[in-house]
Write a protein that binds this ligand. Structure first.
Ligand code: PRX
Length: 636
C-alpha cells in the first residue's frame, strides 16, 4: 500500500483524519507492514503511569520488514553502501540479498555464543556495515541492543553496560575518524573491568591494531562467522516478537543524574520509523539516501538503519568526518554515488561554511533532490548557505525536529509537499498533536505565541519507559504537565501555525547536535581532586551551536591555570568522553546562590552569553559581590 502523501491538500486531509480517528489512521499505516500476527487493538494508553501499548497482541520481527520482504522485488538492489574513512580504501555495498545473508549469519553467531531473546547486548563499533549487521542481527533473534557511540569513555560504557546488565558486547579492535585511530577494544577492556555481567565479547577486525583477547571471553567476529558457515547455519528464522517487546535501549542525557536508557519497542517503532522516513524525505525507488549521522545516536538508528531499510531504500553510511581529507568530503560522496537525499546537522554545515566555497564549487551536486537538517535549531546563515550552495535553490530543506525519546521525526516539512520557511520545523506529521503550554501547564491557544512544547496524544514511535526505572520516565516526561508528554523544548508558533523550536528550556546543552546534561558535566568536573564545586551552562558557539562554559571553585591556587584547565578537561574526557569537554573554564571563588543554597544558573548563563548588563534581579542572592567578581573574570 502506498502511504506517501503527495500534496499539501493531501497532507491537510490526512492530518485531519489522523487527529480525528487516530486508531483508524494508524491501523491503516501499520497494515502496510509485514506482521506474523495482526493486533487485536490499535492502542491502549494513559500518560499518567505512563502505560502505552500500540498494536496490542500483534506479533512481528522488524528485520522481516527491513530485509525479507524486499528480497523478491529488490533483492539485487543495494540496501547499504559504505564509504570508508579513507577515500582510497575500497567502498563496499550490500544488496538486500547480501545484507539478509550477513544478518542471518551473524544472528547465528550470536545464538552460538549463547545470546537469546530478551538479552541485552552492548554494541560499541565504528561506522562500518557490520555495525548495521550487528544491530539487525540482535533484532533478528530478539536480543535488545544498546549501541554506545564510539566517542564515549570507558566509564560511560561501563555505566551503560551495568545499567542494562548486558551479557554480551560487540566491538572492534579500532576505528578510524579522519587522521585519528580510536582504540575501541582497549577502551572497552577498561570498561569491562567493572562489568562482570559480560560473558562474551565479539571483536570485529577493522584497524588490526594490537589488542588483548581474553581466553574464554573474547572471540573474533570473523572466526565465529566461519564456525557457523561450517556448521551450515546460513539461515536464521526471525524470532517472533510481541509488538510491545523492547527492540533497543539508547542512552541519552537529561537535566539530572546519569543518562537514561530510553526504551523503544518493536511494533510501534517500526511503523513510525518507516512511515516518517517515507513521508518526510519522499523517498523514490532507486534513490540514494545519505544520512551523515552515526548509528550510535537515534538519528542513525531510525534514519540510517531501520526507517530506510523498512521502506526498501538504499542507505549510504559514512565512516569518516566531513573535513577529511578536506572540507569537500561530503560533496565528493554526493557526486560519486549520485546522492539524491542528504540528511545532516547544522553543526556540520556551519563547520563546512567556514572553509568557503572552494570545496563546493566544482563538485557535481546535481543529483540532490532533498536536503535535511536535524539535531539542533538551524540558524538563518547556515540555512541559506545549505539552500543556495548545496541545494542550488532547487531542493527543499526539511528541518526535522524530534528526540531520542520520540523515536522518529515529529515536526517537519514533508519534502516538496509542505511549503518551507527558513529555520522552521513547520508542521506536525500526521498523528502528532503538539501543543504549547505556559509554566502552569495551561494550553496556549492561537497563533503568534510561544511556550513549552508538549505532545498531547501518543504516537507509535514514542518511548515506553526508561530501562530499569519506570518512575524516572514518568517524572521526566509525564509529570511536569498532567496528561502531556513534555519535550523539554521551547517553541514558537507563528501566524501561519508553523512551529519553530527555540531550544531546550531545561538544563540540557546541545553541543554540535549532541545532548549533554549540565549536571553530568558538573559531576565529572567535581571528580577532579582540587575542585570544590562547579556550575556548567551553555553559551552560543559559532560552530557547535552551544558550547560548554564551566565555573569552577578550586580548593587551592593553581601554579598554572592553563594546565589545571587541561587537567580538568582530561578528567571530564575520562569520565564522560571528549564530547563533554568544557570549551571554557573560569575559576571563581564563589557561585551566585540564593539564600536557600540554590545556584542561580540564569545569572551564570547571562554572563557566559556576554550579557553582563542584563542580569535581572540579583537581590535574592546570598552574596551579590560574587557576581561582580564573576563578571570581571568572564572568559570571552
Ligand atoms: O532540543 C531539541 C534538539 O535536540 C533535542 C533532542 O536531542 P537528541 O535526543 O539527541 O536527538 C537529536 C536527533 C533527533 C531536542 O529536544 N533538536 C533536534 N532536532 C531539532 C532540534 N532543535 C531544533 N530544531 C531541530 N530540527
Amino acid at each position: 500500500m502506498d502511504l506517501s502523501i503527495k500534496s499539501f491538500e493531501d497532507y491537510q486531509k490526512v492530518y485531519q483524519h489522523s487527529v480525528e480517528q487516530p486508531e483508524q489512521f494508524w491501523d491503516t499505516v501499520a497494515s502496510s507492514f509485514v506482521w506474523k500476527k495482526k493486533w487485536n487493538k490499535v492502542l491502549d494508553w494513559n500518560f499518567k503511569e505512563p502505560d502505552i501499548n500500540w498494536f496490542v497482541g500483534g506479533k512481528l520481527n522488524i528485520t522481516e520488514n527491513c530485509l525479507d520482504r524486499h528480497l523478491a522485488d529488490k533483492g539485487d538492489q543495494p540496501a547499504l553502501i559504505w564509504e570508508p574513512n579513507d577515500p582510497e580504501e575500497h567502498h563496499r555495498a550490500f544488496t538486500y540479498k547480501q545484507l539478509h545473508q550477513k544478518v542471518c549469519l551473524f544472528a547465528n553467531v550470536l545464538k552460538n555464543n549463547g545470546a537469546k531473546k530478551g538479552d541485552r547486548i552492548c554494541i560499541y563499533m565504528p561506522m562500518v556495515p557490520e555495525l548495521a549487521v550487528a544491530v539487525l542481527a540482535c533484532a533478528r533473534i530478539g536480543a535488545i541492543h544498546s549501541v554506545v557511540f564510539g566517542g564515549f569513555s570507558a566509564q560511560s560504557i561501563a555505566d551503560r553496560i551495568q545499567d542494562a546488565n548486558c551479557s554480551m558486547v560487540i566491538t572492534a579492535d579500532g576505528s578510524y575518524r579522519g587522521t585519528k585511530e580510536v582504540p575501541l577494544k582497549n577502551v572497552m577492556d577498561d570498561a569491562l573491568v567493572q562489568c562482570p555481567s559480560v560473558k562474551r565479547v565479539i571483536v570485529l577486525t577493522r584497524s588490526r591494531t594490537p589488542i588483548s583477547m581474553i581466553k574464554g571471553r573474547d572471540v573474533w567476529w570473523e572466526d565465529e562467522i566461519k564456525k557457523v558457515e561450517t556448521l551450515g547455519m546460513l539461515n536464521c528464522p526471525a524470532e517472533e516478537m510481541d509488538a510491545e517487546d523492547p527492540l533497543f535501549i539508547l542512552y541519552t542525557s537529561g537535566s539530572t543524574g546519569k543518562p537514561k536508557g530510553v526504551v523503544h519497542t518493536c511494533g510501534g517503532y517500526m511503523v513510525y520509523a518507516g512511515y516518517s522516513f517515507q513521508n518526510v524525505f519522499q523517498y523514490q525507488p532507486e534513490e540514494v539516501y545519505f544520512c551523515t549521522a552515526d548509528i550510535g545516536w537515534i538519528t542513525g538508528h531510525t534514519y540510517i538503519v531501520y526507517g530506510p531499510l523498512a521502506m526498501g531504500a538504499t542507505s549510504l553510511l559514512f565512516e569518516g568526518v566531513p573535513t577529511w581529507p578536506d572540507a569537500g568530503r561530503f560533496w565528493d560522496i554526493v557526486a560519486e554515488y549520485k546522492v539524491n537525499i542528504l540528511y545532516t546537522a547544522p553543526t556540520a554545515i556551519r563547520s563546512l561554511m567556514q572553509f568557503g566555497l572552494d570545496f563546493v564549487k566544482d563538485k557535481d551536486l546535481s543529483s540532490l533532490r532533498v536536503l535535511g537538517s536535524v539535531g539542533e535549531p538551524i540558524n538563518e546563515e547556515a540555512w541559506n548557505w545549505y539552500h543556495e550552495h548545496i541545494g542550488k535553490k532547487n531542493c527543499p530543506i526539511v528541518d526535522t525536529w524530534w528526540q531520542t525519546e520520540t523515536g522518529g521525526i515529529l515536526i517537519s516539512p514533508l519534502a516538496n509537499v509542505t511549503p518551507v520557511k527558513p529555520c522552521f520545523a513547520t508542521l506536525p506529521l500526521p498523528g502528532i498533536q503538539p501543543i504549547l503550554v505556559d509554566e502552569k501547564g495551561e494550553e496556549i491557544i492561537g497563533n503568534g505565541v510561544s511556550g513549552n512544547l508538549c505532545i498531547k496524544f501518543p504516537w507509535p514511535g514514542m518511548l515506553r519507559t526508561t530501562y530499569g526505572d519506570h518512575e524516572r520516565c514518568r517524572v521526566n516526561y509525564f509529570a511536569t504537565y498532567e496528561n502531556l508528554y513534555f519535550t523539554g523544548d521551547g517553541c514558537m508558533r507563528d501566524e501561519d501555525g508553523y512551529y519553530r523550536i527555540t531550544g531546550r528550556v531545561d538544563d540540557v546543552i546541545n553541543v554540535s547536535g549532541h545532548r549533554i546534561g549540565t549536571a553530568e558535566v558538573e559531576n565529572a568536573i567535581n571528580m577532579f581532586s582540587d575542585v570544590v564545586e562547579s556550575a556548567v551552562v551553555g553559551y552560543p558557539h559559532d560552530i557547535k551551536g552551544q558550547g560548554i562554559y564551566a565555573y569552577v571553585i578550586l580548593s587551592r591556587e593553581t601554579d598554572d591555570d592553563e594546565l589545571t584547565r587541561k587537567d580538568i578537561s582530561m578528567t571530564v574526557s575520562r569520565i564522560i568522553g571528549a564530547i563533554a569537554k568544557p570549551d571554557k573554564i573560569q575559576f571563581v571563588s564563589g557561585l551566585p546562590k540564593t539564600r536557600s543554597g540554590k545556584i542561580m544558573r540564569r545569572i551564570l548563563r547571562k554572563i557566559a552569553e556576554g550579557e553582563v548588563n542584563s542580569l535581572g534581579d540579583t537581590s535574592t542572592l546570598l552574596d551579590p559581590a560574587v557576581v561582580d567578581e564573576i563578571k570581571n573574570g568572564r572568559l570571552s
